[in-house]
Design a protein around this ligand. Sequence first.
Ligand SMILES: NC(=O)c1ccc[n+]([C@@H]2O[C@H](COP(=O)([O-])OP(=O)(O)OC[C@H]3O[C@@H](n4cnc5c(N)ncnc54)[C@H](O)[C@@H]3O)[C@@H](O)[C@H]2O)c1
Length: 452
Amino acid sequence: MNVCIIGTGYVGLVTGVCLAEIGNNVICVDKIKEKVDLLSNGKVPIYEPELDNFLQRNIKNDKLAFTTNISDAIKESDIIYICVGTPPLSNGQADLHYVEEVACEIGKYINDEKIIVNKSTVPIGSGDWVSMVISDSIEKNNKNKNVSFNVVSNPEFLREGSAISDTFFPDRIVIGSSSKKAIDKMLKLYEPIINQSFNWRDSERLIPKNTKIPVVISDLTSSEMIKYAANSFLATKISFINEIANICEKVGADVSKVAEGIGLDKRIGPAFLNAGIGWGGSCFPKDVSALSNIAGEYGLSTQILNAVVNVNREQRLKITQKIQNELKIIKGKTIGVLGISFKPDTDDTREAPSIKIMNDLVNLGARVKAYDPIVSAALGSLSKKVEICSSAYEAVRGADMFILATEWEEFLKLDYAKIKDMMRSPVLIDGRNYLDKNSLEKQGFKYIGIGR
Ligand SMILES: NC(=O)c1ccc[n+]([C@@H]2O[C@H](COP(=O)([O-])OP(=O)(O)OC[C@H]3O[C@@H](n4cnc5c(N)ncnc54)[C@H](O)[C@@H]3O)[C@@H](O)[C@H]2O)c1
């Protein structure tokens, strides 16, 4: 099929590349020319494992192309994906102006029957709203007034850092629409993934051949709600285990053991039960507050979601308190930070817990030195106040303490004996309960974890 992807960020680029890989002709549109030029030359502007190989192979096979020319891309495609950002407004609502801009353009250039796929995470009801914006734009800007289209909701569940695998081996595919014809077309598009019949790297197949990926077909509204409910539930699990961790610290229990003990219960499951410095990233914070906001529009208060957000906010403050407990005075102290991205294997720093912690430390008068295997800038207002180092060793040199803020695998392999010698005092806060506590304590470190 001919597919157009509008917006080549983490979601659009991965979706486009994977749809090309399973045999479709994909044209990706972005309004940033430099990005389009880079991608056309086979270069990936973000860090996402394996993405560059897929990108280059599919450009070479003439299955994938990039453009800033949205009108031709729309006209030549059967299915048009909206994959632009929906960042949070200051009141917690999702900012839909990028989606609106794209819907207007679709209305302007649509020339025959199309399916419009909302892959961006959008508030409940946005499917109908996008239909309205497209119809209004057709009415205003398009001479072909009778052109027909269907809007489908197809929320994305990929995780940055494993986005390619998550797209080829998803836990489920959700398709929401009132049109049977549109749903059938989406099922046809995803058939190689649903039936696991694509050829890519059989040896690394994560689920057995002949397994069928579950597909949830629903109305538009339920599909939109599935995405918000999924992210809100995952954030709830993390805030829950962090609250348990804080109680563990007081009563002398080890939250890692507690998480293991409850996670083996199939009704609970082990995922998202790692206590730490809290959740961040480009999705959870904005999606939880957007859902809360939507409930507010209906006069509902979201007591659980509010608590989930509050626990997360306090969890970050607790790190600063732990540092104060240990160092007493922060002014004039040097603190190393290992890891900046909000999670490992991505360069995404949106709402990263490390940023808030570094900000607090700088404001309290500390000298902060940070290192991340991939992130070397993009710290906004912090960039002038934090020293970005070229290695973990540089970040801890002369430090009174270091904080592990992101669980990059590289940090497991460091020479901690060398680090101990380089630090002013061998104290660390393992903000992800990631390092080997016993081994570090044996080497003479004061190890401070979360809930243990
Ligand atoms: N990042 C994730 O892990 C993830 C996971 C699931 C869902 N989502 C959702 O997917 C959506 C996209 O997220 P993202 O992280 O890929 O965003 P992003 O900010 O990385 O990328 C958005 C892209 O859209 C482009 N764009 C904006 N307006 C445009 C226009 N009018 N025409 C063409 N291009 C335009 C931007 O230049 C940018 O390249 C969001 O709604 C997000 O909530 C993200």
